[in-house]
Design a protein around this ligand. Structure first.
Ligand SMILES: Cc1cc2nc3c(=O)[nH]c(=O)nc-3n(C[C@H](O)[C@H](O)[C@H](O)COP(=O)(O)O)c2cc1C
Length: 177
């Protein structure tokens, strides 16, 4: 089947899911790269909203993530959401880094290229493709809440653990037909 036979393009405003379920409860598979080399990880925080008048997503990624490296190379990425039956396959993508493993070959999911060139999987039920807008590194003094300050101070002991806030414009949304 080709992409358009499996997925229907919708506008971000037609998103059928509750935002706090998508971000707070569901797992997102973040994928960057091209068909010949791509990598995925699980991302569980972040959000959806408007940035510079564009529908956008934001994720909080540890600086060492290999997927982040590919996002910076390509400037595009996808966020894919799956039916619950694929939970084990999703968690596998969050269990080890693709930087030093053959994780993507071992993942029991079927890679699929979107018409815009991003990588996702045929098993996904919802896909958001994003164009990288900004990557920022929050500083401890940016935070007012003590809990957030303590957390940032703790993770900033090691540069590899720095949290990057990754913002992307949503360029396409597809749902399973
Ligand atoms: C449930 C779950 C949620 C996760 N959420 C995040 C997240 O929001 N940000 C992050 O940097 N890592 C998160 N991770 C960890 C990465 O998915 C994991 O380290 C992954 O192996 C990184 O892969 P990569 O180095 O191949 O990109 C999460 C892992 C799990 C299991």
């Amino acid at each position: 089947m080709n992409f358009e036979e499996l997925f229907k393009s919708i506008s971000p405003r037609e998103l059928p899911d509750n935002v706090f379920t998508l971000v707070g409860k569901d797992l997102a598979v973040l994928t960057a790269g091209k068909a010949d080399h791509y990598n995925s990880m699980i991302s569980s925080g972040g959000g959806l909203g408007m940035l510079f008048a564009k529908p956008s997503t934001w994720c909080i990624l540890q600086a060492s993530r290999y997927t982040l490296e590919l996002i910076q190379q390509e400037n595009t990425y996808t966020l894919s959401y799956f039916p619950d039956e694929y939970k084990q396959q999703m968690l596998f993508l969050g269990s080890k880094s693709g930087r030093d493993s053959e994780k993507m070959k071992e993942a029991r999911l079927t890679p699929f290229q979107t018409p815009a060139g991003g990588m996702t999987f045929t098993e996904a039920r919802l896909i958001m493709e994003c164009q990288l807008t900004a990557i920022t590194t929050p500083q401890p003094d940016d935070f007012r809440a003590q809990e957030a300050k303590d957390y940032i101070n703790e993770v900033y002991k090691d540069p590899n653990e720095y949290r990057k806030f990754v913002f992307g414009e949503i360029t396409h949304v597809w749902v399973k037909k």
